[in-house]
Design a protein around this ligand. Structure first.
Ligand SMILES: [Mn+2]
Length: 325
C-alpha cells in the first residue's frame, strides 16, 4: 500500500480530524486546509482547523475561511487523527503541536525537500509546487468531484506558492491541475485581484524604508536588504505585512541570490533566501538550522542584525562562488 492509499484508508476508518498548518499562514496552507476539510465534510466526517496565527486579510475571501480557529473547543471527544499540511517539521505549527501529539495518528502532507518525516504517515511530494497539488490528487483518488468551492481554495494555493506560475517549481502537472480548477469555474482575474491587489499604504511605506538599505556584492550576484523593528514603528505596519518583499529584489538583473534580514523581538534574526533555482537555497538555510525549498528558504539565527548579516553573507558568498566554478 502506498502513502496515498494508506491515507485514504485512515480517512475512511476514522470520524473526527484535526487539520493544521504552519505559523504565518500563506495561500497554500490556508487553501489546502480549507479544501481538505471541505472534502472530509463531504465524506460525512467531522473536522476542525486549528492554526495558531490568523488568516491574512487578503485570504479571508476564501470560502469557509471563518471556520479556521486558534483554539480547540473542548467537546466530549477529541480528534483521532491529525493532518498537518505544508510543514517541514512539527515545530512549524507552533503551539498546536501539543494537540497534534495528543491524537492517535499524525498524517504529514508536505512538499518541502527538507521534511523530517515527523508523521506516522508521510506523504512528501517534492515535485509538487504546492500541497494543494497533493490535496487535488487525494480528492481525485477518492473519486470525489473538485467542485467550485474547493477549486477556488486550491487555485489560490497554487497561484501563491508558484509566485503566479513563475517559480521553478511550476511543472506541466501544475498547469494541468490549474486547468482542471479553471474548468470548475474559478475566475483567474478575479482571484488574482483579491489575492494581490490589496496592498495597504503602510506596507508600501515599509517597503520603501526596507529598500533604502539595499546592497549587493561587487559582481552583483548577491543582493540583500533589511527590515528593523524601528521601520515597523515608523511606517505603522506589522511583520505580517512583509510577504513578497524579497521578490522585489530577487527580480534584479544578475541577482542569483536574494536575502532579507528581519530582526525580531526575541533577539533572533529571520533570514529569507531566494534564488532562481540555479542555487539550492534549502541547503544554504539548512547550514543555519533552517530549511525550505530549492528556490525559497529561511532560517532563524540568534544575534544582532549586523552580526547575522556578516555571518550569513560570508557563507552565501562561498555558495555562489561554488556554482560559478
Ligand atoms: Mn506550500
Amino acid at each position: 500500500m502506498n502513502e496515498i492509499e494508506h491515507i485514504i484508508q485512515v480517512l475512511k476508518n476514522n470520524d473526527f480530524f484535526l487539520v493544521t498548518s504552519h505559523l504565518n499562514p500563506d495561500g497554500d496552507s490556508v487553501g489546502s486546509q480549507l479544501a481538505l476539510v471541505s472534502l472530509l465534510k463531504e465524506m460525512g466526517k467531522r473536522a476542525v482547523i486549528i492554526d495558531e496565527d490568523p488568516v491574512p486579510n487578503n485570504l479571508c475571501f476564501l470560502p469557509q475561511s471563518d471556520r479556521i480557529n486558534s483554539k480547540l473547543l473542548r467537546t466530549e471527544d477529541f480528534p483521532q487523527v491529525s493532518l498537518v499540511l505544508d510543514c517541514s517539521d512539527l515545530e512549524r505549527v507552533g503551539k498546536v503541536a501539543q494537540l497534534v501529539k495528543e491524537t492517535d495518528l499524525i498524517i504529514n502532507i508536505d512538499h518541502h525537500i527538507s521534511n523530517d518525516k515527523f508523521g506516522d504517515i508521510n506523504l512528501i511530494g517534492e515535485e509538487a509546487s504546492a500541497v494543494a497539488e497533493q490535496i487535488f490528487d487525494l480528492i481525485e483518488s477518492l473519486g470525489y468531484p473538485v467542485g467550485k468551492e474547493r477549486a477556488v481554495s486550491l487555485y489560490t494555493a497554487i497561484l501563491t506558492d508558484t509566485g503566479s506560475f513563475q517559480y521553478a517549481n511550476t511543472t506541466p502537472k501544475t498547469h494541468q491541475i490549474a486547468a482542471c480548477l479553471l474548468k470548475e469555474g474559478v475566475s483567474p482575474s478575479l482571484l488574482a485581484e483579491k489575492v494581490y491587489r490589496v496592498d495597504s499604504f503602510s506596507r508600501q511605506k515599509l517597503l520603501g524604508l526596507a529598500l533604502g538599505t539595499l546592497e549587493r556584492t561587487c559582481d552583483g550576484s548577491i543582493a540583500w536588504f533589511r527590515l528593523t523593528r524601528e521601520m515597523y514603528q515608523q511606517s505603522q505596519s506589522s511583520p505580517e505585512e512583509t510577504n513578497g518583499f524579497i521578490d522585489c529584489i530577487s527580480s534584479i538583473q544578475g541577482v542569483k541570490l536574494a536575502l532579507l534580514f528581519r530582526d525580531r523581538e526575541d533577539s533572533k534574526v529571520k533570514v529569507s533566501f531566494r534564488s532562481k533555482g540555479e542555487l539550492n537555497v534549502a541547503s544554504l538555510a539548512e547550514h543555519f538550522g533552517g530549511g525550505g525549498h530549492r528556490g525559497a528558504s529561511g532560517c532563524l539565527i540568534k544575534g544582532s542584525i549586523e552580526e547575522v548579516e556578516k555571518r550569513v553573507l560570508a557563507v552565501a558568498r562561498q555558495y555562489t562562488q561554488k556554482i560559478k566554478n
